[in-house]
Design a protein around this ligand. Structure first.
Ligand code: GLN
Length: 509
């Protein structure tokens, strides 16, 4: 079968480049042309010259036999990772046009430089970055509608959101502009947009990946991760992203990276899948329930064993998260004062006036809402009533997961209660967006790894994501289950606009 270059997986592209079936320059040009014709609004900054220069260096390393494992494969970075070659905005007017003097660790590891200082460069994966992709402002949102640079359209239906906050990453992969992208997940921002756009994404255990150069939202929750079409592609990127970076991020654990594909050939027979009843309550839309139930039935036919588990505090994850995350955000975002970097108001009356006006002009409505909430819950008299209570709930949620994971190997359920909603549908009701995070927030609060795997299609032919949650450092297990599922199903290779086959025709054996 003759496939176009943008239809290849990361694994196939890496192989094709090594075999010289095509060059990194040809591949970059192909993707850049597709980005040029894109209508989803996913890219915020593209730098063809820098991309082609990287691609030429990749071709030279491929020829010289010094190539990294993913040498020459294109990718895009969520605009929350700082980059030297591209502007970094975090989706905010506050940082419009900002240029970082350094690259984030994730950017370096996936690129050619590796994670070390230039002097002791060990070489990275060798991927070619084509640009930066849109996201909710400072990663606060669930639909990519909070970006100061416009919403992103879901490639499956342009009237709908791609999910958030890594909506540009998900849309760019789903639309076939890049084979993979980075995302970050604080409360679901890798899993939920992956689910809404029908791609695969994994948020690893908190601390697996360095946060150095990742613009902070809620530091005790923020984790980077890969978004791509398949579990295999995610495993390849994850392997390159993980690993210690203690000099630069003290919360990055001293755990070496792994071969995340090592269990791919293990069958599912005997795997215990924990199904929390709280993930299947009345708030779950029927189309999502049907898709998830039929995915679970397929896994059971492979010999997996379904066990019911209890996560009784699932609902409380919402208030706990929406206290803790804004609290940390209010502190993290205090650095944007118009002095060292970021937007500065014109003609302030005095210093205080400059702070006030710079922040009033630079931040969008949702970010201001979070700063105010966060400041309130941390203030004297409310700290004990809100923040401390939320921290207690967080601990109890983590303990519940440990109990559940003592009787099962992975936990499975939906990523979100519904398929992607219409752009603008929740614009007067921010709490509606918060509530839709119910199934992703618990694993975030517990710091557990979680992923979204295409599970089928629901209402309006829109993708449904199956969420898999594992124990700490259990990424390889999640990816094995996802990979096995993708050997039995074809949802992850369905493409928007691919006419026959999308939606109704998709199936699982
Ligand atoms: N929707 C959640 C929020 O707005 C999660 C965002 C994220 O994971 N970055 O906070």
């Amino acid at each position: 079968m003759n496939k176009s270059l943008h239809e290849y997986s990361v694994a196939e592209l890496a192989q094709g480049l090594r075999n010289k079936s095509f060059s990194a320059v040809e591949l970059a040009q192909h993707c850049l042309a597709r980005i040029g014709g894109d209508a989803s609004g996913s890219f915020l900054d593209v730098n063809g010259e820098a991309a082609l220069a990287q691609a030429r260096r990749a071709d030279a390393r491929l020829a010289a036999g010094t190539a990294g494992p993913l040498e020459g494969v294109p990718l895009a970075h969520k605009d929350i990772f700082v980059t030297r070659d591209y502007a970094t905005t975090a989706g905010s007017k506050m940082l419009a046009g900002y240029r970082s003097p350094f690259d984030a660790t994730v950017v370096r590891r996936l690129g050619a430089e590796g994670a070390q200082d230039d002097a002791k460069a060990t070489g990275g994966a060798g991927m070619v970055c084509l640009g930066k992709v849109n996201c909710d402002e400072f990663a606060m949102g669930s639909g990519n509608e909070n970006s100061a640079f416009g919403p992103v359209k879901n490639p499956w239906d342009p009237s709908r959101v791609p999910g958030g906050s890594s909506g540009g990453s998900a849309a760019a992969v789903a639309a076939g502009l890049v084979p993979a992208a980075t995302g970050t997940d604080t409360g679901g921002s890798i899993r939920q947009p992956s689910g809404f756009c029908g791609i695969t994404g994994i948020k690893p255990t908190y601390g697996r990946i360095s946060r150095y150069g990742m613009i902070a939202y809620a530091s005790s929750l923020d984790q980077a991760g890969p978004m791509a079409r398949s579990a295999e592609d995610c495993a390849l990127l994850l392997g390159a992203m993980c690993g210690p970076d203690a000099d630069r991020d003290s919360t990055c654990l001293e755990v070496p990276t792994e071969d995340f594909t090592r269990w791919f050939n293990e069958p599912l027979k005997g795997l215990r899948i924990g199904v929390p009843k709280q993930f299947f309550g009345p708030g779950l839309a029927d189309d999502v329930r049907t898709a998830i139930e039929s995915a679970l039935a397929v896994l059971e036919r492979q010999g997996a064993v379904r066990v019911e588990v209890d996560l009784p505090l699932t609902e409380l994850a919402i208030p706990a998260y929406y206290i803790i995350a804004p609290a940390e955000a209010s502190s993290n975002l205090s650095r944007f004062d118009g002095v060292k970097f970021g937007h500065r108001t014109a003609d302030p009356d005095d210093l205080i006036d400059m702070y006030k006006k710079s922040r009033a002009e630079g931040f969008g409505a949702e970010v201001k809402r979070r700063i105010m909430t966060g400041t309130y819950v941390l203030s004297h008299g409310y700290y004990d009533a809100y923040y401390l209570q939320a921290q207690k709930i967080r601990r109890m949620i983590a303990d519940d997961f440990q109990r559940a994971l003592s009787v099962c190997d992975v936990i499975a359920g939906p990523v979100a209660p519904t398929v992607a909603w219409r752009i603008g549908q929740n614009s007067d009701d921010p709490v509606a967006d918060y509530l839709a995070d119910i199934f992703t927030l618990p694993a975030s609060l517990a710091g557990l790894p979680g992923m979204s795997v295409p599970a089928g299609f629901g209402a309006h032919g829109l993708p449904v994501g199956l969420q898999l949650i594992g124990n700490y450092f259990g990424e390889a297990r999640l990816l094995q289950v996802a990979h096995q599922w993708q050997q039995l199903s074809d949802h992850h290779v369905q493409r928007p606009g691919a006419a026959a086959g999308a939606g109704a025709g998709a199936g699982a054996r």
